[in-house]
Design a binder for this molecule. Structure first.
Ligand code: GDP
Ligand code: MG
Length: 790
């Protein structure tokens, strides 16, 4: 009997062991993603560690860290090796060399025959790069404050446009961070469509030089787009700081596009980058090279296949305006979107298939792996010739040390809880609260001053009421929460920018899988504590539709900062001694409800397969103060805009409706106002919750516009906190808190859910959240009555 040797897969490795990849299993987009991330036959991998709960694992390959679940690791066959091979020692360090300036590209070969754009044309740029390559940092350096944030048409992904400082003829668009131009996640599709359809004049490709092999993979695909490209080698400060260097001129010659070494964080080289970018855009200098396959590479099978397919589809690609070389490599990879767009006839489709099958046979790899391998072997050549790898970098060593604790077996979860605890404590009890007091005092002082002035001026009483009660107290009470909201975003952005959130995803993946999600869902969830709108947007990074839907539907259960004014208002009025405990309980209740709903979803609507968890773990980095400040300013601006639009209008409207009756006479007692009549219709629904007061109902309705306005409306309708305290019992206040926590998210959040998932889901969210909120609030009341409260 012949004994077959046991097949070995990555999941059989022990921490610290290395192996060479033999075969990559799996199929479809997922497998393409593996390949795009550099998991291809022949590559060495080392298992670094398993997550504290035993799954997923952290791998090192191509000099960077990647997460992988055990179940997926089983699909990748490997062969053990004793130790990762060391790169051959370089003979000499490259010396600082003169870098060709503008238009001097001819030195390294013939210049791309570009025709200059007419004077005065707008130079549009797309900023493309991997996640964590420093795109946001560079974008902020380039544009300063001159930028506007919007959405890509049809999708809710943040779209940031801005003009380069001092160059009013430029417009630069920050695309979502992507790893490849395969349509694996919606972000990748957005970026790809942007480049294909909006045809920017040039691409600024930002490359993390400390992780150059993986980053150049995207560059290779960008070069195929036949659009002028400038490569910005970012983080050069870290490379040189660790004794590495890169021969820029050589790299420029090999890639056929300008390469500029920069440090976005230190603002070094950025001016030179701008000069080159403007130059290639203006003179439309296309990449001089798109052809990276080599006829001597493994018998040239890939080379022949790529060229054959390029010729085969040339006319179709030109007709629909897709770059030929890009279309050819995507077709070979089996990209069905491109295949459909090209409208090949049957003969051509068959021919294509024959060519590709021949490739697979000659190369001994399947089609996607063959293309990925071709790209990585070219990158290998570039790196061999141009890059002197730094010694083990300080940053990486530091990251390893930090990770030993932050993702350590016994320390990871307690530390996560502790870190979140500290963040919430500092936000609510220390920094935020202190600033909030300051704000509240300031607003109070201003209100008194205006009040006094209005009284002195004998202003009409109705107008006086509107200004003081409607505007100052209503909007003012909301404004005083600005500091807490900004502080919260401050901490969230620190966690995100430093690279910690990726670790949280790694550590929590197994737990989140129990409720049917993946570790990546933790990011939107945490952002959800800030605001549901960006949380919903951030789900765009999730590669699976199913995970994305489920995450979107669950984020509203994470109590957002806009609900804080409500908690603060009722906690101070009814439970001043235990207000902090109450806050904690509410947050926990939100999370628990979310988990229960997730379990329900998992059993019913979303009973699909778990998607793989392939994610890069970047080095820890100090977040740049500039990025953080920029973000805080954006959040504060959003909030102020909201306060002075939606909330102001809602407050004035409520004031108006409660001041007049149907004959438009000023009412003495607001019980006979229009508002009382309208809200009165819903009162019976809220009676069982102990909230059968039309004023409470009104405030909840206005909360649908913006949660903050619940408090401002209560301020208008009741005289002061004492007013509410006299009108409802403590038990009713508890029901109110629970109801506010769980009921329908605000219009802005609903709108973003609608944009992501469509009308039906958005309506569903409103309905079931209100239903759940009602049931929970009712339960609180029942329990309260049973224990003799109320
Ligand atoms: P994005 O995900 O591509 O938008 O990357 P970010 O701009 O958020 O940058 C990721 C991290 O790298 C942040 O902590 C930055 O502070 C840091 N960073 C960006 N550029 C540089 C650089 O040139 N040098 C160094 N050392 N760090 C940088
Ligand atoms: Mg960013």
């Amino acid at each position: 009997m012949i004994e077959r040797p046991e097949k070995m897969t990555i999941s059989d490795l022990k921490p610290g062991q290395s192996a060479v990849i033999k075969k990559v299993g799996g199929e479809g987009a997922l497998r393409q993603h593996f390949l795009d991330m550099g998991v291809i036959p022949g590559v060495e991998v080392t298992l670094i560690k398993l997550a504290p709960m035993g799954d997923p694992m952290e791998l090192r390959l191509h000099g960077y860290e990647l997460t992988l679940r055990l179940a997926d690791a089983e699909k990748i066959d490997v062969e053990r090796i004793d130790a990762p091979s060391k790169p051959p020692a370089k003979k000499q360090r490259t010396k600082e060399a003169y870098h060709p300036g503008l238009g001097e590209m001819d030195k390294n070969g013939s210049r791309g025959a570009g025709t200059a754009l007419p004077e005065g044309s707008l130079l549009t740029f797309a900023l493309v790069g991997n996640q964590n390559s420093g795109k946001t940092t560079l974008f902020n350096q380039l544009t300063g404050a001159r930028q506007h944030v919007g959405n890509f048409p049809g999708v809710t992904v943040d779209r940031k446009d801005g003009e380069i400082r001092g160059r009013s003829d430029t417009l630069i668009t920050d695309l979502p961070g992507i790893y490849s131009m395969s349509p694996y996640s919606s972000e990748e599709l957005v970026s790809r469509n942007f480049v294909l359809n909006e045809k920017p004049r040039a691409i600024i490709n930002i490359v993390d030089a400390t992780n150059i092999e993986r980053n150049l993979y995207l560059t290779m695909q960008l070069l195929e787009m036949n659009i002028p490209v400038v490569v910005a080698l970012n983080m050069m400060d870290e490379v040189t700081g660790n004794g590495g260097s890169i021969d820029i001129n050589r790299m420029e010659a090999m890639l056929g596009v300008p390469v500029v070494a920069i440090s976005a964080a230190k603002n070094e080289g950025v001016d030179e980058l701008v000069r080159h970018a403007v130059h290639v855009a203006k003179y439309q200098e296309k990449p001089r090279r798109q052809d990276f396959c080599d006829s001597s590479d493994h018998g040239g099978a890939v080379h022949r296949c790529l060229h054959a397919v390029s010729h085969l589809i040339e006319d179709h690609a030109e007709r629909v305006g897709i770059p030929v070389r890009f279309a050819a490599s995507k077709l070979i990879e089996g990209d069905s979107l491109i295949l459909n767009q090209l409208e090949l006839d049957r003969n051509e489709t068959e021919l294509l298939e024959h060519i590709v099958v021949q490739l697979e046979k000659e190369r001994g790899l399947d089609r996607s792996a063959a293309i990925a391998d071709m790209r990585f072997s070219f990158i290998g050549k570039v790196c061999d010739e141009c890059v002197i790898k730094p010694r083990e970098s300080k940053e990486h060593l530091r990251s390893e040390k930090i990770d030993r604790i932050l993702t350590g077996k016994y320390t990871a979860i307690p530390l996560f809880i502790a870190i979140m605890g500290v963040v919430f404590y500092l936000t609510f009890m220390v920094i935020g609260a202190w600033l909030q007091d300051l704000m509240a005092t300031g607003i109070g002082w201003l209100t008194d001053a205006v009040d006094a002035a209005l009284t002195a001026g004998h202003v009409n009483e109705a107008i006086h009421g509107l200004i003081i009660k409607g505007i100052f107290e209503g909007v003012g009470s909301v404004l005083s929460f600005l500091p807490i909201i900004v502080t919260m975003f401050f901490f969230l952005s620190l966690l995100e920018d430093s690279g910690y959130i990726a670790r949280v995803a790694f550590v929590m993946d197994k737990l989140l899988r129990r409720i049917g999600l993946s570790g990546r869902s933790i990011v939107p969830m945490l952002i959800g504590f800030g605001c549901t709108v960006p949380a919903v947007m951030s789900t765009r990074t999730l590669p699976s539709e199913r995970d994305r839907k489920m995450t979107i539907l669950l984020t509203p259960f994470m109590s957002c900062t806009a609900k804080l004014p409500i908690y603060g208002f009722f906690a101070n009025a009814f439970f001043p001694e235990i207000s902090w405990l109450l806050m904690v309980l509410l947050y926990v209740l939100g999370i628990v409800t979310g988990i229960l709903v997730a379990l329900l979803f998992k059993r019913t609507l979303f009973s699909g397969e778990a998607v793989p968890f392939v994610m890069e773990l970047p080095n820890y980095r100090m977040p740049s103060p500039r990025n953080v400040l920029q973000l805080l300013w954006e959040k504060a601006r959003d909030f102020l805009q909201k306060a002075f639009s939606v909330i102001l209008v809602a407050t004035i409207l409520v004031w108006f409706l409660q001041s007049f009756d149907f004959h438009l006479n000023l009412v003495q007692d607001s019980h006979s106002s229009i508002l009382a009549a309208i809200s009165g219709l819903l009162v019976p629904l809220f009676k069982p919750l102990g909230l059968g007061d039309w004023r409470i109902v009104t405030s909840l309705i206005s909360g649908f516009m913006a949660k903050e306005s619940v408090v401002s409306v209560l301020g208008v309708l009741f005289d002061a906190e004492g007013g509410v305290a006299a009108a409802i019992s403590a038990l009713s206040a508890a029901s109110m808190l629970v109801f506010s926590l769980l009921y329908s998210p605000c219009v802005a959040a609903i709108a973003s859910i609608k944009r992501e998932l469509g009308r039906g889901w958005a309506a569903g969210v409103i309905l079931w959240q209100c239903g759940i909120a009602w049931l929970a609030a009712f339960a609180v009341r029942l329990i309260g009555l049973l224990v003799g409260m109320g």
